[in-house]
Design a binder for this molecule. Structure first.
Ligand SMILES: [Zn+2]
Ligand SMILES: [Zn+2]
Length: 283
């Protein structure tokens, strides 16, 4: 089913001279609980994983509580569904996993990213190992584990977070209430998305540089506790009534609580070489 974001009240590129060239395409994923397969792009579903390949486990030195805890699936994205993603040569399947154990810096949870060629997977792993979280506070670590969701990708245009814009352009934008309101309306979409810009209004924007080569990184995948209301509620879902299961599945499809405060985070990839380490930053 198609999901459509309401058109902006007016065109920011027309209202503010010079901002048009900073427009960024992004793909809202509109995840909804479902039963995706290893052949699909999805959040939290089963991965197309070779039976012969060891499942990734957390090796972070500060993950004392659960040394070697199996990592959890965040997303699987196919190149055919997301031509916007720069895949390394020969790869057509992106798999993102992360650790749900406790770390001293939860703003930067360890993640593991695999770029593979789907055709190389001859025999698929049937039962991926899962972390044993028995005895833990209900929902504490569990809130980092996404419920399996199918995707309904939608392409829209965003603009960079203001700290990424040239200072004079931001000053000009801020000087006019109408322009600033319009920028806030369209700049950064909430919810799960591929590409585009992250909102850094809660925490400071970190240096978004590749740890290997120093090149600027870009938002590969944003994960979010909420899909957003108002303009961000898809036109097709406006009939859903607050408090009903349908509404809950729309607003919190994955059941994740990012950053333990109803916030969001993003996996950032090197814009020079996607094989350099992908880093997770949250608010
Ligand atoms: Zn860990
Ligand atoms: Zn790099």
């Amino acid at each position: 089913m198609i999901r459509t974001t309401e058109a902006p009240s007016s065109d920011l590129a027309e209202a503010v001279a010079g901002i048009g060239r900073f427009a960024r395409p992004t793909v809202r994923l509109h995840p909804r609980p479902g039963a995706p397969t290893t052949a699909d792009s999805h959040i939290g579903g089963p991965l197309l994983w070779p039976a012969s390949e060891p499942w990734p486990r957390c090796a972070a030195p500060d993950c004392d509580q659960y040394e070697g805890i199996p990592m959890v699936v965040v997303a699987q994205l196919k190149a055919t569904d997301f031509p916007e993603i720069t895949f390394p040569a020969g790869a057509d399947l992106l798999q993102i996993l992360w650790c749900v154990g406790y770390h001293c810096c939860p703003r930067h949870a360890p993640c593991h990213v695999v770029w593979r060629r789907a055709a190389d997977v001859a025999s698929t792993l049937d039962d991926a190992p899962e972390p044993d979280l028995e005895g833990e506070l209900p929902g504490f670590y569990g809130s980092s584990i996404p419920r399996p969701c199918v995707l309904h990708p939608e392409r829209i245009i965003e603009y960079p977070w203001h700290e990424e814009l040239p200072g004079d352009l931001w000053a000009r934008l801020q000087a006019c209430d109408e322009s600033r309101d319009l920028y806030e309306e369209v700049a950064t979409a909430p919810g799960f998305k591929v590409g585009g810009s992250m909102d850094w209004s809660v925490g400071d924007m970190p240096a978004l540089e590749c740890v290997t080569c120093g090149t600027r990184t870009g938002l590969l995948l944003q994960v979010d506790s909420f899909e957003g209301d108002g303009r961000w509620c898809p036109l097709e879902d406006r009939h859903l009534v607050y408090g009903t299961p349908g509404y809950e599945e729309r607003i919190e499809p994955t059941g994740m609580d990012i950053g333990r405060g109803g916030s969001h985070g993003g996996f950032f990839v090197c814009s020079s070489d996607p094989r350099h380490p992908v880093l997770f930053h949250s608010q």
